[in-house]
Design a binder for this molecule. Sequence first.
Ligand SMILES: Cc1ncc(COP(=O)(O)O)c(C=O)c1O
Length: 430
Amino acid sequence: MNYNPLAEALNAELSANGCPVFDMLSAQGKAIFFPSKGILGQGAEAKGSEINATIGTALEDDGSPLTLPCVQKSLNLPKTSFLYCPSSGEANLRAEWKKQMIIKNPSLADKNFSTPVVTAALTHAISCAGYMFLDAGDEVIIPDLYWDNYELVFENGRGAKIVTFNTFKNGGFDTEALKAALANSKSSKKVVLLNFPNNPTGYTATETEAVEIAKILTDCAAAGNKVVALMDDAYFGLVYEEGVTRESVFTKIVDAHENLLAVKLDGPTKEDYVWGFRVGFMSFGFKGATAAQLKALEQKAAGVVRGNISNAPSISQKILLAAYQSPEYAQEKAEKYATLKKRYDIIKNVLASHPEYAESFEPMPFNSGYFMCIKPKGVDAEKLRQELIAKYSTGTIMLSGLIRLAFSAVPTEKLEKLFANIDACIRGMK
Ligand SMILES: Cc1ncc(COP(=O)(O)O)c(C=O)c1O
């Protein structure tokens, strides 16, 4: 395969001194590069010139962005927010997110990992990871209760194959099933995706389980496999129980083994309640990574972004940067966490004070995030979902025979009724 010389240079970094990361890349991941010598690079070189006829934005005669006042009037932001951000993202936001990652995951403080690359939110970050690490026919190992969009991203988008393992055993995460899934997959390159807090179950690994998961991944890498561990941390920080891991599993694997590439996919979508802003991040780390190797991974990720969306929304990046730097951020975030935690506590109370609900449904383990799931007893989950809308004006989601309840979206005073409706509906159907 003939690579562009810029890709060659990145690949040389990622295979220098026996570095295994080059072999973890997909064919497209090997070929991708950030076109630093193209329009963007030439534009950067011309910065500060008296006459700058390089970049495809339009400027007024005074050099300010040429904008329509009817667009501008809806924005309480400077006109510069109309301009592009770099493909890798607004530099200050990237630095700020890295700082926030360390605040939220204190054990990252002394660990080596890349600067996050900005994507157009998490779906796009997951898709970029697929581009970089999955070829058609490759397997992605995922617990069997997973966010259904992984199918479109990995199977439809990449031609990869999702291989699932059992999620829960004895009320906790089935780490043995993860270990068996790794052992059973034929290829020596293993791509694994874990999502805590989980959609749809609302489950996060306990601290003990997180240690075990990290050990399983590390042992698999130590056995000579090349392991790419994708951590979908979409709902990061929304943990409601003691003993549940507060830090991302990324912190435990980022420097665990040379053959284990940790990829953290996160962002403000759910954590900071900005679903429509479309900003997310991809960060990389592996044991012994040099600064140049981490930079090479960033450049490849930025090349993927450049090649499919060019760059993520500038307005959103500017607003988020201002928010992270504002003194109210931590306090306001704590208040919203308290709103969701209160709903979680109420649900726990409702379930505890209605033992008769156990005749109608079984709650799946949950301790975090936006959701919880129930397994209906004696009725079909899809029929139940339809009946709940038709007779009880109650909307839920049916996934893998379970009913997913997004308590994040249900007003606190309606939670009692939500479960009463489900119970009554199931009894009626039986
Ligand atoms: C587990 C999980 N990952 C990723 C996403 C995608 O988030 P975004 O809206 O940032 O693309 C979602 C959204 O529902 C999700 O539940």
